[in-house]
Design a protein around this ligand. Structure first.
Ligand code: ZN
Length: 98
């Protein structure tokens, strides 16, 4: 399914740039290049944005844009929900005996 991302979605004002691609990574790669060249926002590479690893350590602007890219493309990763990854069973609750 084709993905689409608009600069407007990233809260970048006065830009009607729209990027389309077959995969989220494809879209992110083009968006990263556009943001760097046109808006002077430098982002990590597409794979890191996809993984969501380390984006919380970016500068405010880059972090917000990276997070918005992930939201706009509906990217979910374990990094969003630390401690709730698969294979982690909920703690057992053993009823206490009187
Ligand atoms: Zn733009």
């Amino acid at each position: 399914m084709e993905k689409e991302l608009k600069c407007e979605d990233l809260n970048v004002k006065d830009c009607d740039f729209v990027v389309r691609g077959d995969t989220p990574k494809d879209v992110i790669e083009q968006a990263v290049e556009h943001l760097r060249e046109e808006h002077d926002i430098s982002l990590p590479d597409a794979q890191r944005i996809l993984d969501g690893k380390g984006i919380e350590h970016l500068e405010d602007q880059a972090r917000l844009v990276a997070q918005r890219i992930r939201e706009a493309l509906d990217i979910k990763s374990e990094a969003d929900t630390p401690g709730a990854g698969p294979g982690e069973p909920p703690p057992n609750v053993t009823p206490g005996r009187p």
